[in-house]
Design a protein around this ligand. Structure first.
Ligand code: HEC
Ligand code: HEC
Length: 474
């Protein structure tokens, strides 16, 4: 088993630099992003607030910086695929808008209304699992699924909710298995986490599981809250994917010698492009981005409309999927997290995961708590996948390719916190107004959409007034 030390060997060699700067011994005008590497063991020994600050400083540099060719940008002999995959021949150009490289920095696509946010249509990504069609050069939806860039504010709390829900659901499954074994008869369990139902599971006495009635989650009951499809489980996994896909920066934990047998998988002449410690810094920066909040300096007319709209939003059934808040028991974010799989750093790969207590952050302190002391995370979502298109309205069923065995017209409920700051809308970022995206809801959301359409104009306006108060602060 590799440990931090082995994975991070080159970085531990280079210790001395001012931590808070997150920078390096490079000259201040250096264009390099990666520079001298972070000493994660020293950072882990700092008091919580300083630990967060040191990692955030480093993470921000990595998120905003435009990666250079001499530090590993580009992947002449590797595809954008998540599983390390060789290209047959180098691409004719280093940057290519569709198959990638498609940007210099993470912030190229995550910057509205502030860094870490989303972006408009111009920053869309052409998501292909990439195994077959590494070279596609057409926006024809036969080759890729075109997606808009979501805002990352609050992503740490989302991942923590997902971890707790995964643990709840897997415990319910394990209890059903134990009951079936004990009683010698099949046992059925309702799968419910934080009040959200994920269908049911049936266990046989011999240990077999019938997962055909599971709803809105994968059969392994790991809740994957990231990507609009809801198919990625952690910021860490997403970050390692994104670094390779968009920038050709290959993380040692996936593309390094342990898994590929070489330190330069993409054959660009740069070995060990980004360390596990730097991936951690990127993860912590994203995980600590302040969650969106509520606009409170409203003129009277807006405040009244918004209060009415908030009630209507519940009355007509929007809150059945866009649940106003989910309770979070613990705000301690451990990296690597509990559900990582091969190719992303795992708990077993380190002596102890790094701990970041999000409760130390002002925006978390400001969140209300319930009677049991749980933090109420105001996400306006259920972290569940739903069918969102039907034959009568295929607007949101525009994709042709399923992804990871999820049907083409099934998407994760968009978290609406921040939605007042993140036009345009819909997973392709091609719907220009809130009214337009609400009227595009179909499939499982058809009853709520029709109730919205049946409202008088001032009722619909009230709902927009409410949604426009959910904002990402500048
Ligand atoms: C070319 C634009 C682009 C660049 C560059 C980019 N992203 Fe993204 N990002 C997107 C899009 C589009 C999605 C939505 C993908 C989907 O739904 O399948 C996304 C999704 C994400 C998500 C999941 C968020 C969620 O709530 O579902 C994370 C995390 C993320 N990006 C982090 C990063 C990091 C870290 C980098 C840099 C290493 C990066 N992105 C670079 C466009 C980009
Ligand atoms: C059955 C679950 C469900 C119900 C009910 C539902 N939604 Fe949604 N909502 C979704 C899903 C899934 C998405 C993501 C759609 C996509 O882009 O593919 C979404 C997206 C949205 C968006 C766009 C967010 C963005 O950033 O692009 C808005 C706004 C929205 N819903 C508002 C509403 C309102 C208002 C109602 C009530 C009339 C409602 N929703 C009812 C599941 C639901």
């Amino acid at each position: 088993m590799p440990c931090w030390k082995r994975i991070a060997a080159p970085l531990l060699a280079a210790l001395a630099f001012p931590l808070a700067a997150g920078a390096s011994d490079l000259p201040p005008w250096s264009e390099r992003v990666l520079g001298t590497l972070l000493d994660l063991e020293a950072v882990a020994g700092l008091p919580m607030q300083e630990r967060i600050e040191a990692l955030r400083a480093r993470g921000e540099r990595l998120f905003i910086g435009q990666f250079l060719v001499e530090e590993g940008a580009g992947r002449p002999m590797a595809t954008q695929a998540i599983i390390p995959t060789k290209r047959r021949r180098p691409p004719p150009q280093r940057f290519q808008r569709l198959a990638g490289l498609d940007a210099g920095a993470c912030a190229s696509c995550h910057h509205e209304p502030v860094i870490g946010g989303g972006a408009s249509f111009t920053a869309n990504v052409f998501v292909s699992e990439g195994f077959e069609s590494a070279d596609f050069d057409t926006i024809d939806p036969q080759f890729s699924n075109e997606r808009g860039s979501p805002a990352l504010q609050g992503a740490g709390l989302i991942e923590l909710l997902a971890r707790e829900m995964t643990a709840d659901l897997q415990r319910q499954r394990d209890e059903a298995l134990a009951t079936a074994r004990r009683t010698g008869a099949p046992a059925v369990a309702d799968l419910v986490a934080k009040g959200v139902s994920f269908g049911r599971i049936a266990a046989d006495p011999d240990g077999g599981l019938d997962v055909s009635a599971i709803d809105g989650i994968d059969a392994d009951l790991v809740l994957r809250p990231f990507s609009q499809k809801g198919v990625f489980g952690s910021l860490r996994q997403f970050t390692v994917n994104a670094l390779n896909h968009h920038h050709g920066i290959q993380a040692v934990e996936r593309f390094g010698a342990t898994w590929t047998g070489t330190r330069d998988f993409d054959e660009d002449g740069v070995e060990d492009e980004i360390s596990a410690a730097d991936v951690t810094a990127l993860v912590v920066w994203q995980a600590t981005l302040p969650a969106p909040s509520r606009k409170d300096d409203l003129p009277d007319a807006w405040r009244q409309a918004s209060e009415r709209g908030e009630d209507l939003f519940a009355d007509i059934g929007c809150t059945s999927c866009h649940i106003p808040a989910l309770p979070l028991a613990s705000a301690v974010f451990r990296d690597p997290g509990p559900i990582e799989t091969a190719g992303t750093l795992r708990e077993a790969d380190v002596e102890a995961p790094l701990e970041i207590d999000l409760a130390a952050l002002d925006f978390v302190k400001a969140l209300p708590r319930d009677a049991e002391g749980n933090i109420l995370v105001p996400l306006y979502g259920d972290l569940k996948r739903h069918r969102i298109a039907d034959a009568r309205d295929p607007t949101l069923g525009n994709e042709l390719l399923g992804q990871r065995f999820v049907d083409r017209d099934v998407f994760l409920t968009a978290e609406l916190w921040g939605v007042g700051s993140t036009a345009p809308y819909g997973h392709r970022a091609d719907l220009t107004s809130l009214d337009e995206v609400i009227r595009a809801h179909a499939g499982a959301a058809r009853p709520a959409r029709e109730a919205y359409e049946a409202l008088a104009d001032d009722g619909r306006q009230a709902i927009i007034a409410f949604l426009r108060t959910l904002e990402i602060s500048r």
